[in-house]
Design a protein around this ligand. Structure first.
Ligand code: PMP
Length: 516
């Protein structure tokens, strides 16, 4: 007896109801092939691209050949606690690219992982290690200040009025004890993690706290440190949140024979985590003006910035990093998805040397991370992106412009149906208007259930052999993230499918949307 439906049966049922329960049997370039009823392969133009993982397309021939070569050569996948020259190569290349694109010589230390969420968590863990060590260093400095003050009191110094109040009218040792207790209580307050509303950083226990969408975050909010969300593009809100979280530790100064209290900033801000182009939040690029302001605010507060380029990086927006194009510099960068060339599971977190804590590599590790197979593929992927003086980045920008122009044409022709068209390079989104008040009961229901974008995806798949998905947290925005190799005829196919979808929404033809 064969038991079926054990692998995520709920998801399967949802896919079935939306016409998305198809099996893909082969993938090449921007095409996925599914098996038709007669057994033949049917090509589908894939604009989802592994949620941004296929900047070079599916099964790129050079990456595929390298993978086959590596397997034939029996390259070790498991050689933990030995030298990893391949990982070193990837780290060096990434440093060269970062230096060139940001002007910051770094260097950045690389910590490898298997997925985007895992690499985001590695960055946050590192930031918390750094914060904790900085707090401990501050408390040790305050202990030294206290010893100095103790010696001064023995030599005749007196306590200031504020110091006497803290000592509850007592002597120097009461003051020292009160100071230690107050500082310890403040240092034990939980860290403050900041992220932007609309942001997406993964779904693991820690990273899901940074993912704004309450549907995926809230059931798990008790499992890890919560995050404070601030609205994107609002520097004043960021500054206000940081000011509100400001805490001080108390130290002692001695001057002119008087021991007085001194305030030191206690490191409380673990990190601000953000995407330069919010992907799952509906493809929303941050502006250069906001980047400049948030950089200044974070520098003043000594708050590290984790730039999550899991989806926007690897050339997708027309430069290796989307952040460098808006002048944003990270203390940390996170890359995944396309780093594995569409074939391997590879992710990396990069931490700037001014924050790097050497012991971290022993505190954080993962069995499969940094293996020769995935890092050699990542290195070749970087080679391919960087080849011909960065031709792939220019190609991403040029293909992106061309698609954007088509999308803008659709928006102009269907203003009643399309709310907006946004994005950079090959990270584009087309936002449909809500159909909650549609005259078609089917459209009304789909819209109110938050699945209109998925139903549109089912229609585009069956009627136009197009694979388009909504973004995870903004489900009326259709994501368009093909590879740099997308051709003009493929762009035309995408345009005609999207125009047909808009036409159907304009005529409120819900039945046709659901017809298979
Ligand atoms: N960060 C961003 C910006 C992402 O888009 C994603 C995935 N959509 C993640 C993190 C999580 O990556 P993964 O699914 O590989 O864990």
């Amino acid at each position: 007896m064969t038991i079926t439906g054990l692998a995520e049966p709920f998801l399967r049922a949802q896919l079935e109801s939306l016409g998305l329960a198809v099996e893909y049997v082969r993938a090449e370039g921007d095409t996925l092939y599914r098996r038709g009823d007669d057994g033949r392969e049917l090509p589908v133009l894939d604009l989802v691209g592994g949620f941004g993982a296929t900047i070079l397309g599916h099964n790129h021939p050079e990456i595929l050949a390298l993978a086959q070569e590596l397997l034939s050569a029996r390259v070790p996948v498991h050689a933990q606690f030995s030298l990893h020259p391949y990982a070193e190569t990837v780290a060096r290349r990434l440093n060269e690219i970062l230096h060139r694109d940001t002007g910051d010589p770094g260097p950045y230390t690389a910590v490898f992982a298997n997925s985007g969420a895992e690499a985001v968590e590695a960055a946050v863990k590192h930031a918390e290690l750094d914060r904790g060590l900085k707090a401990a260093e501050l408390l040790a400095r305050i202990d030294e200040e206290t010893d100095r003050a103790r010696r001064a009191v023995r030599d005749g110094a007196v306590l200031s009025a504020a110091a006497r109040r803290l000592a509850d009218g007592g002597d120097f040792e009461s003051l020292a004890a009160a100071l230690t207790a107050a500082n310890r209580a403040r240092a034990e307050e939980p860290p403050v993690l900041l992220a932007l509303t609309g942001g997406f950083h993964g779904k693991l226990v820690g990273s899901v706290q940074l993912t704004h969408n309450p549907v995926v975050r809230e059931p798990f909010r008790a499992l890890a440190a919560p995050c404070r969300f601030v609205p994107a593009e609002d520097p004043a809100a960021l500054a206000a949140a940081i000011a509100e979280e400001h805490r001080t530790a108390l130290g002692l100064t001695v001057s002119d024979g008087t021991v007085d209290l001194a305030e030191h900033r206690l490191p409380r801000l673990c990190a601000l985590v953000l995407e330069p182009v919010q992907g799952e939040g509906g493809v929303r690029p941050l502006t250069a003006g906001y980047a400049r302001e948030l950089q200044r605010i974070c520098a003043e507060a000594d708050c590290p910035i984790v730039v999550d380029e899991v989806q926007s990086g690897m050339g997708r927006t027309g430069s290796f990093l989307a952040s460098s194009a808006i002048g944003l510099r990270g203390d940390y960068y996170v890359l995944a998805k396309s780093l594995g060339g569409g074939l391997a599971k590879a992710a990396v977190m990069l931490v700037h040397h001014r924050r790097h804590r050497p012991g971290f590599e022993l505190l954080h590790s993962s069995t499969f991370a940094k293996d020769a197979f995935s890092t050699l593929i990542a290195a070749r992927t970087l080679d391919l992106l960087e080849a011909d003086g960065g031709a792939r980045y220019r190609q991403a920008a040029e293909r992106g412009e061309r698609i954007l122009a088509r999308l803008e044409g659709i928006r102009d022709d269907f203003k009643d149906v399309v709310a907006d068209v946004r994005g950079r390079g090959l990270m584009l989104g087309l936002e449909l208007r809500d159909q909650g008040d549609s005259t078609s009961p089917a459209l009304r229901e789909l819209s109110r259930a938050g699945v209109l974008g998925y139903a549109a995806a089912g229609y585009l798949l069956h009627a136009h052999a197009l694979r388009v998905f909504p973004t995870a947290s903004a489900t009326t925005t259709l994501r368009i993230e093909p590879s740099v190799h997308i051709t003009d005829p493929q762009i035309a196919q995408a345009e005609s499918g999207l125009r047909a979808l808009c036409d159907l929404l304009r005529t409120q033809d819900g039945d046709r949307l659901l017809a298979r």
